[in-house]
Design a binder for this molecule. Structure first.
Ligand code: SF4
Ligand code: SF4
Length: 597
């Protein structure tokens, strides 16, 4: 058996391969995106992988494949689980013909999410088993185990990782791929099982409840639920990556490590708690385990010491545990201090980003903006400060509609990307049109799902599975939905963007402005960088309002104006031309070109 170094996400992909998964679906989102990408890259000839339009669609497609006898995996980031959940609940009732596994990659610490949610609750709510791997080897093993449980107990299985498991690398022992049939038998026509109409779903519910009882018995036998008995004065109950932190911070304590955290092995937990003097539950975010264990009548503590927010990385766990009196201060090794004097870096739109023109004008015009999830969320930061709400995927258009319903005494705009429009913006746009709402929807079409790593979506002519894809153009789509005023402009043409915005704002109804311009990280333009003619520059500051990281202030103050003139960092500028268009004195041009406009 060979051993390799894999991230948790790569290990999950490997687990999918070894478990005989044949279909994998998902919607990109940090920290889960690399799972499907690794499947497509490494095992694409054995596993069909696709980025679905959104997480619910991914789950429905997965259910269909698993109903049809294909072992299937779905991936999502933590908030995507909220979108997926509707379909998880019916699949929990129906079960499937072949194994069905859902991976949710949670984000304690909110590194790339709008909230900090603990998706373990979904297992309890949907009444499906939950596995929590602690490292890459366990992540790989969890997929095989999940397929086994799914097929043995006729249930979808949830695997929950967290960002540290998803992105950290550790050694994984590779195995062989389970053999799977090349073709599937005819569809199983079992309406009582697969049609969740009330009369039949009612019959399924007691089976689901019995399944949980059976799974709790199974959990008692599982090797990944294990006791590591050491000093019995302190016993830590933990799961997932927190287990590795506990081992580091409490090297002598006894540990009950739970690999399956729903339903729980109640006898194992009870006997562990009885064997230690003090039992402490260490878990990130919510008191999921603690609540279950306390409900068993056992005296454990957890959230009394560890708050239900942020990660419990070793330094924080050690400091909180010291405050709680669980470890003596002198027992903690001094952390290695890194004395690095690094300049602060604020996030900005890339040099050459096509979203810049829209935010430049929105800021200049002082328009109220309902924003959405994507790179364009950076429009909320200086110098634009031009995004005033942002909630979740696809929320912008609904929020804009609500602003109009509230009879806001000013024009308002929603900003949404192409991928997010397809994900969940279209139903909101249909609602706005149908209810004769008002407002401008700016679709910032950069031709990819940029923020999560440039994945495809229905508006691109390529797809993850590499089998070719049909592009759905946005303009005819929104026209077909009944939007009367639709303007399509080049996102790099400042005047065109302003004109398009003016036309849309003048219309007393729903309008759509599509700003087309490829993401600079995809197009990678090979254009000469621009320069500023210092003689012509009057230090008016207009170009700075574009927020381009390539435009910097000169180190010296100009004697005439008392201000710093503009300069362009040749290493960053990609020659997108926007600054040249806004400069009032034609001071900006490509080297050697005439600077007059
Ligand atoms: S041309 Fe101007 S706006 Fe565009 S990348 Fe270069 S400096 Fe930035
Ligand atoms: S817009 Fe033109 S004149 Fe104004 S600061 Fe920039 S380069 Fe100078």
């Amino acid at each position: 058996m060979s051993k390799v170094l894999l991230s948790g996400n790569e290990a999950l992909a490997r687990g999918a391969y070894e478990a005989g998964i044949q279909v994998a679906t998902g919607y990109p989102g940090t920290p889960s995106s690399e799972i499907l990408e690794a499947i497509a890259r490494e095992y694409g000839s054995d596993i069909y992988a696709e980025w679905s339009t959104n997480e619910k669609v991914a789950m429905d497609a997965a259910a269909g494949a698993a109903y049809s006898g294909r072992r299937t995996l779905v991936t999502t980031k933590q908030v995507g689980m909220n979108v997926l959940a509707d379909s998880l609940f019916y699949a929990a009732y129906t079960g499937s013909e072949a194994g069905l596994v859902i991976v949710t990659a949670d984000d304690p610490g909110m590194f790339s999410s709008q909230n900090e949610q603990d998706n373990r609750w979904y297992a309890k709510l949907a009444k499906v088993p939950l596995l929590e791997p602690a490292d890459s080897q366990e992540a790989k093993d969890a997929v095989l185990q999940a397929i086994d449980i799914s097929e043995q107990y006729d249930t979808p299985v949830l695997i929950r990782t967290t960002m540290r498991v998803s992105h950290s690398k550790s050694i994984v022992t590779l195995g062989e791929r389970s053999p799977m049939p090349d073709s599937v038998p005819p569809f199983v026509r079992n309406q009582r099982k697969y049609v969740c109409t009330a009369m039949w779903a009612k019959e399924r519910h007691p089976l689901v409840e019995q399944r949980l009882v059976d799974l709790a018995d199974y959990a008692e036998t599982l090797a990944s639920n294990r006791v590591e008995m050491r000093d019995s004065s302190l016993g830590m109950i933990t799961s997932g990556v927190t287990y590795t932190y506990v081992r580091e911070v409490f090297p002598t304590a006894s540990v009950l490590k739970l690999g399956m955290t729903y339903p729980l092995p109640r006898n194992l937990i009870r006997s562990f708690v009885e064997r230690v003097e003090q039992a402490v539950v260490v878990e990130e975010l919510d008191p999921f385990l603690e609540g279950e264990i306390r409900a068993m009548g056992l005296d454990v503590k957890g959230k009394a010491f560890y708050p239900p927010y942020d990660e419990l990385i070793p330094d924080r766990l050690a400091s909180l545990s010291t405050k709680a009196g669980l470890i003596r201060e002198e027992a903690i090794a001094d952390p290695i201090a890194l004395d690095l004097d690094l300049p602060p870096r604020t996030p900005v739109l890339c040099a050459g980003c096509p979203h810049r023109s829209s935010y430049y004008w929105l800021a200049k015009m002082g328009i109220a903006v309902a924003g959405d999830i994507g790179c364009y969320n950076l429009g909320c930061l200086p110098p634009f400060n031009a995004q005033h709400t942002m909630g979740c995927m696809g929320a912008s258009i609904g929020v804009l509609h609500g602003m109009a319903i509230a009879e806001l005494p000013e024009k308002a705009v929603a900003t949404i990307g192409d991928s997010t429009l397809f994900h969940s913006g279209l139903p909101a746009l249909a609602n706005m049109v149908h209810n004769q709402g008002r407002g401008v929807v700016i679709v910032m079409d950069n031709g990819t799902t940029a923020m999560t790593g440039h994945q495809d979506h229905p508006g691109t002519d390529w797809a993850l599975h590499g089998k070719g894809a049909l592009r759905i153009p946005i303009e005819p789509l929104v026209r077909a939905m009944g939007v009367e005023v639709v303007e399509v402009v080049d996102a790099f043409d400042m005047a065109a963007v302003k004109d398009g915005l003016d036309v849309c704002l003048a219309f007393d109804g729903p309008s759509v402005l599509i700003t087309e311009g490829l993401c600079v990280q995809v197009s990678k333009p090979d254009l000469a960088a621009y320069v500023v003619d210092a003689e012509r520059c009057i230090a008016c500051g207009t170009c700075f309002k574009l927020g381009c990281p390539a435009i910097v202030k000169a180190s010296e103050i100009d004697e005439k104006t008392g201000k710093r003139k503009a300069q362009i960092d040749l290493t960053l500028c990609v020659g997108c031309d926007m600054c040249r268009q806004v400069c009032p004195t034609s001071a900006i041009a490509r080297p050697g070109e005439e600077t007059t406009s």
